[in-house]
Design a protein around this ligand. Structure first.
Ligand code: 5GP
Ligand code: ZN
Length: 126
């Protein structure tokens, strides 16, 4: 078994999913953190000094497709974001965002939590 497939042993890779392929190491990304349930990497088009994506290793399309069985991992992604925000020293103000559906700007259909910080963030968001 290759290292990449070992990482995803418990989570089937959707071969046509960009983020499943990043988790599997088939598409390169700047990894920030990884544990048994999540993978974190730098956004390719950062919108703030810190802009990372926290994704579950399990392929979940988005919040509206999630089930109660996915509730824990969606909350756990928030805790991973908080840990990274602390490490990056951006606790003065950061934002975690799950975009849901095309009108929100969602463009990748594997659940991902944006962590944005390191600059003043306006409200309401656009
Ligand atoms: P969404 O718009 O779906 O909420 O967020 C998708 C995010 O994925 C965007 O912020 C986009 O810049 C990022 N993204 C898209 N393709 C890639 C890629 O190939 N690599 C990385 N690291 N980020 C990507
Ligand atoms: Zn996926």
């Amino acid at each position: 078994m290759s290292f990449a497939s070992a990482l995803c042993y418990h989570f089937p890779v959707m071969s046509d999913c960009l983020f499943c392929n990043i988790i599997a190491g088939k598409i390169p990304a700047k990894k920030v953190y990884e544990d048994d349930r999540t993978f974190v990497f730098e956004d390719i088009k950062p919108q703030a000094p810190t802009h990372v994506l926290i994704i579950p290793k399990k392929h979940i399309v988005d919040i509206k497709e999630a089930t109660e069985a996915d509730a824990e991992i969606m909350g756990y992604c928030q805790l991973v974001a908080a840990k990274i925000a602390k490490e990056r020293g951006i606790e003065r103000g950061y934002r975690t965002v799950y975009n849901v559906g095309p009108d929100s700007g969602q463009s990748v259909f594997h659940l991902h939590l944006h962590l944005l910080g390191g600059r003043k963030l306006s409200w309401p968001p656009g």
